[in-house]
Design a protein around this ligand. Structure first.
Ligand code: FES
Length: 188
């Protein structure tokens, strides 16, 4: 019996036609599979490979290379907090600490006691202008602070926010906006 539903497999089969190189469909296909069952099991990766008519080893290689794919269970809502340079200079460390404290977890492998949340620190997500920022439920959230994190958690705990379906990655619009000067750490 298939681990992925028939409608998700149909969506996956339709993906290659949307790309100049059919292999490019593997990432959105894995995203759909992960969205449906929570993480990528060997069986799910095999079904993705079959639906895309790709070598299972290639699909597994993509799944294991990218940090946005998970081979073990994660929270339904996962905070991917950017801690690369621009975000770190604008407080990403404090954001990570607040997320950990608010969720009651202290490790990317841990899941909150309600089973809803987990987090991890990630490299630059290409939206440095809006630092500190993160990805959550297939959306980017910008100019974060502790209050905004609390709001996002509360919305999801109360069921106000349905998890949006993944879609093929889109470019982030680069908008220039004025910034307050950033304090630099000085040695000594
Ligand atoms: S450093 Fe965080 S988005 Fe680029």
């Amino acid at each position: 019996m298939s681990v992925l539903s028939a409608h998700v497999l149909e969506e996956i089969k339709d993906l290659p036609a949307r790309y100049p190189q059919p292999r490019s469909a593997v990432m959105p296909a894995l995203d759909l599979a992960q969205e449906e069952i929570g993480h990528l099991t060997p069986e799910a990766m095999t079904e993705v490979a079959a639906a895309l008519e790709l070598d299972p080893g290639y699909v597994e290689g993509v799944a294991t290379f990218y940090t946005l794919f998970h081979l073990d269970p994660i929270g339904k809502h996962r905070f991917y907090v950017c801690t690369n340079l621009s975000c770190m200079l604008r407080g990403a460390g404090d954001i990570v600490e607040h997320v950990k404290q608010a969720l009651g977890v202290d490790d990317p492998r841990a899941i909150s006691s309600d089973g809803l949340f987990s987090y991890e620190e990630v490299e630059c997500l290409g939206a440095c202008e809006y630092a500190p920022m993160m990805r959550l439920d297939h959306q980017y959230f910008y100019d974060l602070n502790a209050g905004r994190i609390d709001e996002l958690i509360a919305e999801r705990r109360s069921g106000q926010v349905a998890t949006p379906r993944p879609s093929p990655p889109q470019r982030v619009a680069r908008v220039t906006k004025p910034r307050a000067p950033t304090k630099k750490k000085t040695d000594g």
